[in-house]
Design a protein around this ligand. Structure first.
Ligand code: S6P
Ligand code: ZN
Length: 195
């Protein structure tokens, strides 16, 4: 069954949207094996299963024609020298694009194709990133003092493939070097010809 038209308000701060009926939370334990520095991961995790990021959505039918949309909030922090980030995924329907609009904070969108092509785009308030069809994507908060808040929209039948990223990782990692972010090679990345 389809929705009636609706509208809602989001502000360019890190406030929670007023209309939301699906709140997803991801903690450190959801990201086991994704951060490079396993010792740093274990040290933080042994004290607290820290909340890394949250997604606020309005429930919509996951069918062709609908556009899923909402707000993602990546909290500030690091595991070792790597910033807090999302798990990252390909869309299950690989040939599906997505648009992100940054409302608050600073960060980058790390993107990669199944063939290993990669791209990193900066996010700051007002920045739009177009994630083309076939590109896996992960948001990284590069500001250690504020949330990274973004509005996203994508076809609601896209689905999510998390397994590929869990197994092969992203080709590039985003690390803090003396207060600035740096893009480095992921030594654990499994290249397409080795999969
Ligand atoms: C969904 C869209 C976002 C992410 C969110 C969390 O296609 O890209 O809503 O779900 O940024 O990331 P992840 O990788 O845990 O789904
Ligand atoms: Zn997505």
């Amino acid at each position: 069954m389809s929705n009636r038209p609706f509208s809602f308000q989001i502000s360019e701060t890190d406030e929670i949207p007023l209309r939301c009926d699906n709140h997803i939370t991801r903690h450190l334990s959801d990201m086991r094996g994704q951060f490079l520095d396993q010792r740093a991961y274990d040290a933080i995790h042994s004290k607290d299963d820290v909340l890394l990021y949250e997604v606020y959505e309005i429930k919509l039918p996951e069918v062709e024609g609908e556009l899923q949309h909402g707000i993602s909030v990546v909290h500030p922090g690091k595991v070792g020298c790597e910033y807090f980030m999302t798990k990252g995924h390909f869309h299950k329907v690989l040939n599906t694009a997505e648009v992100y609009y940054c409302l608050h904070g600073e960060g980058v969108m790390v993107m990669e194709t199944p063939e290993g092509d990669w791209s990193v785009e900066e996010m700051h308030p007002g920045a739009v990133v177009y994630v083309p069809p076939r590109w896996g994507h992960r948001s990284v908060n590069t500001n250690l003092h504020s949330n990274l808040v973004m509005f996203f929209v994508y076809p609601a039948n896209a689905g999510h493939d998390y397994i590929s990223i869990e197994q092969q990782g992203f080709r590039k990692l985003i690390v803090d070097r003396e207060g600035r972010y740096e893009i480095i090679d992921n030594p654990n990345w499994i290249s397409p010809d080795m999969r």
